[in-house]
Design a protein around this ligand. Structure first.
Ligand code: MF3
Ligand code: CO
Ligand code: CO
Length: 289
């Protein structure tokens, strides 16, 4: 137990009573009321937040660069090379490479691929494709994670609508976050409602996740669920929201040959957007996008 005059556990250098004492008391009360509350190791310290911010600057700039370069006729292997060059030249590491045996430095998921598409010289972007580019950067030991959709050439109206509604769903999730006053279930419900209202379905097997000190941390952030359920959201939590929305069925299958790439079961299009978020005292901050 920390005494009021001890230094706070978060490493701010402040006395506990001037730092996280009030925070801890609020959490204890919420736990007594039956809420699922985050354990202390889920709460990022100010120093960690600064580290993750710097990592995210590189991650965001990389996505900007890919956005400038991506075009019809380019292979997804070229996006992989770009990622390697940009990341290493900034003193950072692409987190995906060799993660649980993943063979490349980012995920590139085209059309009916839901996620975990593997860059390849044999995948050439063509007019009308939609592609998710998902990058995770490690800088100075800190992780940031984001993904964007890109439209190649002239994309069908239907594909465009899927891409737009998926981004809107992410933002509905973000807007649901009310520090001390909302839960992970509120995010899930907000995302799911928006996607389904538009005639789409939400992938269930994969979700967002805590992030910052590792690529995937607790909690799991589902994109389907009920309001008021799950962990309460409090300042210092950092996690991704990254809905995968399908034009047809929510069902998926995994490529048997590479063990990674996730496809829609019915061959319909799938889109995804991902941001890394920080819950603050009065709202939420988008850290990587
Ligand atoms: N960036 C992905 C995510 O959003 C993780 C990719 S792991 C990999 O969680 F191994 F597939 F690269
Ligand atoms: Co992620
Ligand atoms: Co990601």
């Amino acid at each position: 137990m920390l005494n009021r005059n001890d230094k706070c556990w978060c490493g701010s250098g402040l006395k506990y009573k001037r730092c996280h004492l009030n925070f801890d008391e609020k959490l204890t009360k919420l736990a007594e009321q039956g809420y699922i509350v985050p354990s202390r190791d889920i709460i990022k310290t100010p120093e960690q937040i600064e580290g993750i911010r710097k990592s995210a600057e590189i991650n965001n700039s990389l996505l900007d660069l890919i956005g400038e370069k991506i075009k019809e006729g380019m292979s997804t292997e070229e996006i992989n090379s770009l990622t390697n060059e940009f990341t290493t030249s900034h003193g950072a590491i692409p987190a995906d490479l060799n993660y649980e045996g993943f063979p490349k430095s980012l995920c590139t998921s085209v059309n009916n691929e839901v996620c975990h598409g593997i860059p390849s010289k044999d995948v050439i972007l063509k007019d009308g494709d939609i592609i998710n580019v998902d990058v995770t950067t490690i800088y100075n030991g800190y992780y940031s994670d984001a993904s964007r959709m890109f439209e190649i050439g002239n994309v069908s109206k239907e594909a465009k609508r899927l891409v737009d509604v998926t981004k809107e769903s992410l933002y509905k999730g973000i807007e649901s976050i009310k520090p001390w006053n909302s839960t992970l279930g509120d995010i899930a419900a907000a995302v799911q409602e928006h996607a389904e209202k538009n005639g789409y379905s939400v992938v269930r097997e994969f979700g967002g996740h805590g992030v910052g000190l590792d690529i995937h941390e607790d909690p799991f952030v589902s994109h389907v669920g009920e309001r008021g359920t799950g962990m309460i959201l409090v300042p210092g939590m950092m996690f991704t929201i990254e809905p995968m929305i399908n034009a047809g069925t929510h069902q998926i299958f995994i490529d048997e040959k590479n063990g990674w790439t996730v496809f829609t079961k019915d061959g319909s299009l799938s889109a995804q957007w991902e941001h890394t978020l920080l819950v603050t005292e009065d709202g939420v901050e988008i850290i990587s996008k």
